[in-house]
Design a protein around this ligand. Structure first.
Ligand SMILES: [Zn+2]
Length: 318
């Protein structure tokens, strides 16, 4: 027999052999029922949310939502670079005026103008009576808007509403809401006026978005307190019946949520994993009935899960 020489990169992930990952062969309705039962029985729920959650909620970064809102930027900088909001954020804007011209628009659209979206509101309804915690790489503030307690959210990667010193010369972040509203009203030809460009109050250098993109990301007192509360929650979770509710976490930064959740599952037999994902809902088969991988439209799945639990609560279920 010929020795297999091809190696799939997933074979090296998180110590889980690729052959252990499966797309479950369970009908969707059955998955939702089982997921609802697991949440109902859980004493604690740990939500882990990635970019896929906000995309499913409606904050899509590409397609018409991008071209409709950023036509001026696409025309100015070229459609080769301005392909979507994710790529646009990495454009090397030539001046501070153009940099803030873009980011003030991006923040208005994704952070300040959207209300709490239904997907997040339903998530809140699912867990509000539980001992819950949210770990998220999303920076759009949707969990806060939907009513989740600020004491129970750890947004590890920053927030579109805050800015910091570009060189992280001091560990402080600044609320930029009023500034972005002013910039949004004053922007012309994709630029903001020079007198609106923020400067670091300590070193006098440039400011930047509070987003983790290099080693200068500021982790202030609030960030460390949230990290501490997350650690406390995990300690409690180790002794309880818990559900890990993973939403839209792909392989961009799997080391913050996806892989640690799988490790917790291997370490603690009292935990269950609900993985909602578009196209990457595979779960380790060795987790057996403790894991449910729900593929496809997450907004629909969360809504169905919500209705399933509500139905039970009202006695309307069969
Ligand atoms: Zn500074």
């Amino acid at each position: 027999m010929k020795k297999k020489s091809n190696r799939n990169w997933t074979q090296f992930l998180s110590g889980v052999p690729a052959r252990d990952y499966v797309f479950q062969d369970i009908p969707y309705e059955e998955q939702i029922k089982r997921a609802a039962a697991l949440i109902e029985d859980a004493e604690m729920v740990l939500i882990g949310a990635g970019a896929g959650a906000s995309a499913a909620a409606g904050l899509t970064y590409s397609g018409q939502r991008f071209t409709d809102n950023f036509s001026e930027f696409i025309e100015k900088y070229g459609s080769k670079y301005m392909t979507d909001m994710y790529a646009a954020g990495f454009y090397p804007f030539p001046t501070q005026e153009t940099k803030w011209g873009y980011w003030s628009k991006h923040s208005m659209l994704n952070r300040f103008l959207p209300p709490a979206l239904p997907l997040y509101q339903q998530l809140y309804e699912l867990v509000k009576e539980k001992d819950y915690f949210v770990l998220t790489t999303n920076v759009d503030h949707q969990f806060h808007k939907a009513g989740f307690s600020v004491e129970r959210i750890f947004a590890t990667q920053g927030d579109y509403g805050n800015i910091q010193c570009e060189k992280g010369c001091h560990q402080k972040i600044y609320d930029a809401e009023a500034l972005f509203y002013r910039m949004d009203g004053a922007r012309k030809d994709c630029r903001v006026p020079s007198d609106m460009v923020p400067k670091c109050p300590v070193c006098g250098g440039n400011m930047t978005m509070h987003l983790r993109c290099d080693q200068y990301f500021v982790e202030d007192e609030n960030w460390h307190e949230a990290a501490g509360r997350y650690g406390d929650f995990l300690q409690k979770l180790a002794k309880k019946k818990g559900v890990l509710l993973e939403l839209g976490v792909g392989f961009n930064t799997p080391t913050i949520i996806r892989f640690p959740f799988e490790k917790m599952m291997r370490d603690n037999g009292n935990l269950s994993l609900l993985r909602f994902n578009l196209k990457e809902a595979f779960v380790p088969e060795s987790f057996g009935t403790r894991a449910i991988g729900i593929d496809g439209d997450m907004a629909r799945a969360v809504s169905d899960l919500y209705n399933q639990l509500e139905g039970k609560a009202c006695g309307r279920n069969e």
